[in-house]
Every structure is written in structure tokens, then in C-alpha cells.
Design a protein around this ligand. Structure first.
Ligand code: G3P
Ligand code: CA
Length: 244
């Protein structure tokens, strides 16, 4: 049975209704009642932390090419909203700093590291978290568990979350033998069941499954007692949670 309500984590912002990973999408998530946002990061050619899911700009802007081959100025000149709808024309690709400047300080931010860039992302991200003292409200996740391990060793105050999209026999046990403290598990939502959720919570881990959007999936995750749900539709999850 559900004990505590899960937190609402807006996936790439309110991705279901706004252009993903833009300030507009993050603001819409906040309007719809999210308590956290999930976003993805890459490094630009001049070492800025850029918020974008893909390693290229092709799908989500009016530009083309690899993020790591563009300067921040080149990236900021692009439109990241009009591919989605006219209402969002003029959105730009944000830096990680711009996101923190734009959203309420009460929000938890789940930063997903897509690539380590030979360790440069590890160092840049830790430097960013230190400069802004964000360790209380940031969870760094990645499918690259070696990268997470390095980040945790580099800065033990960092909360790390293991992303996975394969069926793990006992994810809580895996996390406990990881070698450094793991804060959370982030499984693909269709790979888990009640028992795995309960194991994780009993082991002192948080569990944030991704990306659940359908009502029946959201209801099951709520009932199993997950710590939070990563969803493209934060408003839909908010409404379901309000039903009790
Ligand atoms: O962090 C959860 C989820 O975002 C991982 O998959 O492809 O949407 O980044 P993806
Ligand atoms: Ca992501």
C-alpha cells in the first residue's frame, strides 16, 4: 500500500505540452504543480553545460550539428521552440545556470548526464554544484554508472541516481554494493514491480521511475509507494494524486 505520496517530476519540463528542455517547458511544469524537474545535459565546445536531450541540435532546434562542436553563442542563436509550436517561437536552448536562475529555489532538479566528455562533464558539473551550493536539491543521474561513481568520488556531497533500462535482479542490492553511496534508483517504469519498490525503500533508497504517462501506470506506481514519478504530464499526475 502507498504510504507517502510520490513527488511529481516533470520530464524535460512538461514535455507532453511544451518544447522539451526549454525554460517554457520548465515553467509550465511548475504551473502544473511539479515539485521537481528532470533535464539532460551536454557540454558545448567552449565548456558550457547545455540543457538538451540529444547530442545534436537537429531535432529540437532550427539548427544542426553536434553540441560539443558549437560555442555557447552559436547555440544561443537558435530557436528551440518553433519546431514544437508557434506559441513557443523564441525559446532558446538553456544553459544549466539559466534553468536554476529561472525556476523556484524549492524545486528538486534531477540532472541527467548524457555523456562524460572524457571526464570534463564530471568536473564541470561538480564545479557548478559547488559554486551554487546545490547539493541539497540536485540529484545527478545517468545510464553511465562509471561516470556517476567518478562524480561521487570527486565530490561526496553529490546525490547520485542510477538510471537503468534493463531488468535488474535486485536493484537495491546492486546499489548497496556500488562502492559509493547511492541516493536513488531511476528504472524504466515498466521494469519494476511492487516488491522491487519495497526492497528499494526498505534499503533507504529513493525510487524515481521514468517516464510514466498513462493513468493506469501512474496509479500503479502511486500504489506501490515510489518516491517520485518522472512524467511528461505533471498536471495529470497532480490530478490523480488529488483524488487520494
Ligand atoms: O531520466 C529519465 C529519463 O529521462 C531517461 O531517458 O531518454 O528520456 O533521457 P531519456
Ligand atoms: Ca533524461
Amino acid at each position: 500500500m502507498q504510504t507517502e505520496k510520490p513527488i511529481i517530476i516533470a520530464h524535460r519540463g512538461a514535455k507532453g505540452m511544451a518544447p522539451e528542455n526549454t525554460l517554457g517547458a520548465f515553467r509550465l511544469g511548475v504551473e502544473q504543480g511539479c515539485e521537481a524537474i528532470e533535464l539532460d545535459v551536454h557540454l558545448s565546445a567552449d565548456g558550457e553545460i547545455i540543457v538538451c536531450h540529444d547530442e545534436t541540435l537537429d531535432r529540437t532546434t532550427n539548427g544542426k550539428g553536434m553540441i560539443c562542436e558549437k560555442t555557447l553563442a552559436e547555440i544561443k542563436s537558435l530557436d528551440a521552440g518553433s519546431w514544437h509550436s508557434e506559441a513557443y517561437r523564441g525559446e532558446t536552448v538553456p544553459t544549466l545556470g539559466e534553468v536554476f536562475d529561472a525556476v523556484p529555489g524549492s524545486l528538486m532538479i534531477n540532472v541527467e548526464v548524457k555523456q562524460s566528455y572524457d571526464g570534463n562533464m564530471d568536473r564541470k558539473l561538480v564545479q557548478f554544484l559547488r559554486e551554487r551550493d546545490l547539493f541539497d536539491r540536485v540529484v545527478v543521474s545517468s545510464f553511465d554508472h562509471q561516470c556517476l561513481h567518478r562524480i561521487k568520488v570527486l565530490e561526496p556531497k553529490t546525490k547520485i541516481g542510477l538510471l537503468y533500462q534493463l531488468r535488474l535482479y535486485n536493484p537495491a542490492a546492486y546499489a548497496k554494493t556500488f562502492g559509493v553511496d547511492v541516493y536513488s534508483l531511476h528504472p524504466y517504469h515498466r521494469l519494476i514491480d511492487r516488491e522491487e519498490v519495497e526492497q528499494a525503500i526498505r534499503a533507504g533508497l529513493h525510487m524515481y521511475p521514468y517516464t510514466a504517462n498513462e493513468e493506469q501506470d501512474l496509479k500503479a506506481l502511486i500504489d506501490w509507494g515510489v518516491s517520485g514519478i518522472i512524467t511528461d504530464y505533471p498536471g495529470r499526475l497532480k490530478d490523480l494524486l488529488a483524488l487520494g
